[in-house]
Design a protein around this ligand. Structure first.
Ligand code: GSH
Length: 220
């Protein structure tokens, strides 16, 4: 039996959703973020040395990192579903977006969240102007220009075919769902991205994943 070590309101919602799409039996072990710091509880360190989610266990295997988990599950249990055939242009796009999500999109999206907190979070009054000035400089000089290019790139690709790897829904759409939600909350929500979010939210497997794993409320 596959166990999904699921942290509330996190990237592991994608793994629950993928398992629902594939119709593979699994169980969820739940972990709650610390309400003040949003960090995962220390129990997750017993499952994997980084103590982050998602992690799955399947028999003797422990697998971390969303992209690696998705590749493993599609390969081991997919029977060819949710992945374009090898050697096709769609398969190359699939691989690109599977890596793009955590490799290129999420780092500046997380930086944006951190610097939003530096700007607006509680601090002694005398530190506030300095914190604001630093946050403004980092966001304006580095984070925002990168995110604008990322959103434009996503928007143009989704405008081309509706799904990330072509005309068919694939696991790359599941992997990209988290950066698209985060970009919609923190950067912009142009039309093709909005349509993508509406379409994924309407999928029965997505809705079952939310019922089982809990709401996804991405912080701005
Ligand atoms: N690139 C990793 C990121 C894992 C990650 O940072 N997970 C977050 C949840 S969205 C986490 O566990 N945060 C809690 C913590 O860092 O303590 C993946 O995609 O699996």
């Amino acid at each position: 039996m596959i166990t999904v070590h699921h942290l509330n309101n996190s990237r592991s919602q994608r793994i629950v959703w993928l398992l629902e799409e594939l119709g593979v039996p699994y169980e969820i072990k739940r972990y709650q973020r610390d309400p003040k710091t949003s960090l995962a509880p220390p129990e997750l360190l017993r499952v994997h040395p980084l103590g982050k989610s998602p992690v799955i266990t399947d028999g003797d295997l422990t697998i971390a990192e969303s992209g690696a988990i998705i590749e493993y599950l599609v390969d081991r249990y997919g029977k060819g579903a949710l992945i374009p055939p090898p050697g096709t242009p769609e398969r190359l796009r699939y691989t690109y977006w599977l890596h793009f999500a955590e490799g290129t999109a999420m780092p500046p999206l997380v930086m944006k969240l951190v610097f939003n907190r530096v700007e607006k979070g509680p601090m002694p009054f005398f530190a506030r102007p300095i914190a604001r000035a630093i946050a403004k400089k980092v966001k304006g000089g580095f984070i925002d220009p990168n995110l604008e290019r990322i959103v434009a790139h996503i928007e143009s690709e989704l405008g081309r075919s509706g799904w990330f790897a072509g005309d068919a829904f694939t696991a790359a759409d599941i992997q990209m769902s988290f950066p698209v939600e985060a970009a919609a909350a923190r950067v912009a929500k142009p039309p093709a991205m909005s349509r993508f979010l509406e379409r994924i939210h309407a999928r029965p497997a997505y809705q079952r994943a939310i019922e089982k794993g809990g709401e996804l409320a991405i912080l701005a």
